[in-house]
Design a protein around this ligand. Sequence first.
Ligand code: FES
Length: 160
Amino acid sequence: MQQRKFQRLQNIIDGHEGNVSHLIAILQEVQEEYRYLPEEVLTYIATAMGIPPATVYGVATFYAQFSMIPKGKYVIKVCDGTACHVRGSEPINFALRKELKLTGGEQTTKDLQFTVETVSCLGACGLAPVVVVNENEVHGQMTPAGVLEVLKKFQVQEEN
Ligand code: FES
């Protein structure tokens, strides 16, 4: 990993004055930077903060919000809670995965552009089926064709 990246990491830790009680906040900021928590980054954090690596790993693996495997630039969450499932979340998920050529348990495309996850109820059942992109873009009453259009928009955006 390049020096510049560790520098950014150090700045985040310094921003919290190395305060161990800020570990979750630090990991959140670090994950924003790298999109996931690489192993060497967790080791660096532990060393820099003077805490056991097991503590840092423990927190990183305990909370669902943290990922230790790389995620795509666009994280597409397909809700598969009861309401969404009944209204057709499965064909949406299938269309998306087929278009992105994700096979088996794969969630992320090889070019690290897209991650497709299924999640349980997002709390917007009135809009079922619901798809959320990068936590902030909510698409309700989705269809397989609709989700491919959403995907296309990002693909075109990346090409330009
Ligand atoms: S089941 Fe999908 S938002 Fe509730």
